[in-house]
Each structure stands twice: as C-alpha cells, then as structure tokens.
Design a protein around this ligand. Structure first.
Ligand SMILES: NC(=O)c1ccc[n+]([C@@H]2O[C@H](COP(=O)([O-])OP(=O)(O)OC[C@H]3O[C@@H](n4cnc5c(N)ncnc54)[C@H](OP(=O)(O)O)[C@@H]3O)[C@@H](O)[C@H]2O)c1
Length: 280
C-alpha cells in the first residue's frame, strides 16, 4: 500500500523551514497541489517561488497559521473547504522549541507546546482521516523524533508530545489497517540545518544527516508504507539498540546527554595553577 503522493494534494505543516521546507521541495515535482502551513507568510512567498520553479504546473495554497492557538487547525480546514481542497496526504513537520527546565517554563509556554506539537497533529488527523478512509486512499507522515525513545532533562514537555504521538500514530495505524491509509511515524536523530548546507548534499558530521538526505529517507519509508522510519544507517542502528536497553540505562544516557546540572560541575580540589605545578 502506497500513500497517494504522485499527482496528489499534500498538506505540509512547518513548511517554512527545516525538514518541512525540504520535504516541500522534494514533494513539489511529484504533487499536483501543495498546501503549505507555517507561521510566517513572508517566508511562504519566497518558498512558493522556489517550488513553482521546480514544478511550473504545481498548485499551491499558502496558509499562515499558528498551531499553538486552539481552533487554528479548524480555521485552516474551513479555508481549504472553501477552495474545495481535500488533502489526500498530511505531512506533520511543524516542531521545534527551546530546551528549558519544566518548572522554569511558564504554564502558557507548556500549553502552547502541547497545543502545537501534540493536539494540532491529532486534530489534523481527526479532520482529514474520514475522507481518506472513504476514498480508500491516503497517508499521514508524522515527523517526530528519536527523542520519543529517550528521556532528556530539559525536554520534558517536548517528550510528552513526542512519546504521546509515537503511541498515538502506532495505535492509529492499527485502527486504519486495511482501509487504504498509510500512517508512518518518523523518528530522526540530529539533522543539519538547511543554512549549514553548502551545496545541498554536503556530507554532514558523524550522525548528523543533511536535511536533504533525511527528507529523502523519510519519503522513501513513507512511500513503502513503513510504520516507523529512522533515517540514516547509524541513527537506525543506535535507535534499534536504545529501544532494547533497560530504562535504567536509558535514564543514564539521558543524564549524560543533558550534561552536568547547574551547581554539579566537577569541583577541583585545588586551583588549576597549583595542580599544574605539583611535581609527579
Ligand atoms: N532538526 C533536527 O535536528 C531534528 C532532529 C530530530 C527530530 N526533529 C523533528 O523534526 C521536526 C521538524 O524540525 P525542524 O528541525 O525542521 O524544525 P525547524 O527548522 O525549527 O522548523 C520547524 C517548523 O515548524 C514551524 N512551527 C513551529 N511552531 C509552529 C506553530 N506553533 N505553528 C505553526 N508552525 C510552527 C516553524 O515555523 P516558524 O518558522 O514560524 O517557527 C518551522 O517552519 C520536529 O518535530 C523536530 O522535533 C528535528
């Protein structure tokens, strides 16, 4: 079973930058219509010019929307229905957010994170799936994170969204099995920012994939109808290993990844000069 990408209508969230932008570039030559959703209308204008150059017959709907606001997904859906547009494929690539201690974040920030990165993907699926099932054809590619397998201090609210969606999309996939709809959860590791690429295919440092390669592997796995995609051979190997580790070891990895907590930096017993001058 394959998602209807070729000559299809594809809605991409987070299309203004990062993986969402690169996915839009790789989908532009294949799709009939792209619906691009992100917070910055001015970035959508520039992106749409680039995409039109890749496919002059591509139809595009540009929808500025802040998914951290309740009701925004419904507003997007109403606009689409006014244009008689029914996406056959949904690509969730909106994401991001800074690392911060849970108790130091304001509740408003936490609610916005969960609204944009947990509830909005659920609401989009809830709005779009019935038509996909009725047509016996459709697909959802959710760009999540390898974080859904790890525990990292400073990313507790993000982990709630990533782990929640990992379970949600796996369960949903079983619910729609046999309906003609493909649901793929992708869990990338570190990805090089597009601005860091020199010629678009420059080799990334060890374990960091270029956005181009990451997007290519995500679309290949989605195209094959896979449930879970780990882009990059090294990352896939590590994720396979991590998911088999006992939770105690995963906690230790999380502590290591986060580094020392404030006030826990290793203390030298003597000033550095004195240590250097001590013979033997
Ligand atoms: N980059 C990595 O190393 C990496 C690694 C593993 C997983 N991932 C996952 O991949 C996904 C995409 O990450 P990325 O690196 O491509 O991020 P990015 O470069 O920061 O891009 C995120 C996109 O999402 C949009 N977005 C964020 N909050 C939004 C909101 N409230 N409403 C509407 N749009 C919103 C952003 O729009 P604005 O430009 O308006 O902010 C931007 O277009 C995320 O789920 C992330 O967890 C990334």
């Amino acid at each position: 079973m394959r998602p209807p990408i070729d000559f299809g209508t594809i809605l991409i969230t987070g299309a203004c930058s990062g993986l969402g932008q690169e996915l839009a570039r790789q989908l532009a030559p294949r799709a009939r219509t792209l619906v691009l959703v992100c917070r910055h209308p001015e970035r959508l204008d520039t992106l749409s010019e680039d995409l039109q150059a890749l496919n002059p017959t591509l139809g595009m709907i540009l929808l500025p929307a802040d998914l951290s606001r309740p009701g925004e997904v419904d507003r997007v859906m109403e606009e689409l229905s006014q244009h008689f547009i029914t996406p056959g494929v949904l690509v969730n690539a909106a994401g991001g957010g800074a690392q911060a201690s849970f108790t130091q974040q304001s509740w408003e920030d936490i609610e916005q994170t969960l609204q944009a990165h947990l509830l909005a993907p659920l609401r989009l699926a809830h709005r779009l799936l019935p038509a996909m099932i009725a047509r016996k054809s459709g697909g959802i590619l959710h760009v999540g994170s390898g974080l859904s397998h790890l525990f990292i201090p400073g990313l507790a609210a993000a982990a709630a969204a990533h782990r929640g969606l990992d379970g949600f999309f796996e369960s949903l996939r079983l619910e729609v099995e046999g309906s003609g709809v493909v649901i793929t959860y992708a869990a990338p590791g570190p990805v090089q920012a597009l601005s860091e690429d020199t010629d678009g295919e420059a080799p990334a440092p060890f374990f960091r994939l270029s956005a181009q390669r990451c997007a290519r592997e995500l679309l290949a796995g989605f195209g094959r109808g896979e449930a879970l995609v780990y882009p990059g051979t090294g990352h896939a190997w590590v994720m396979g290993l991590v998911s088999r580790l006992p939770r105690s070891l995963r906690r230790a990895l999380g502590r290591f990844a986060a580094g020392p907590r404030p006030g826990e930096e290793p203390q030298l017993e003597a000033p550095p000069e004195q240590l250097l001058l001590t013979p033997g």
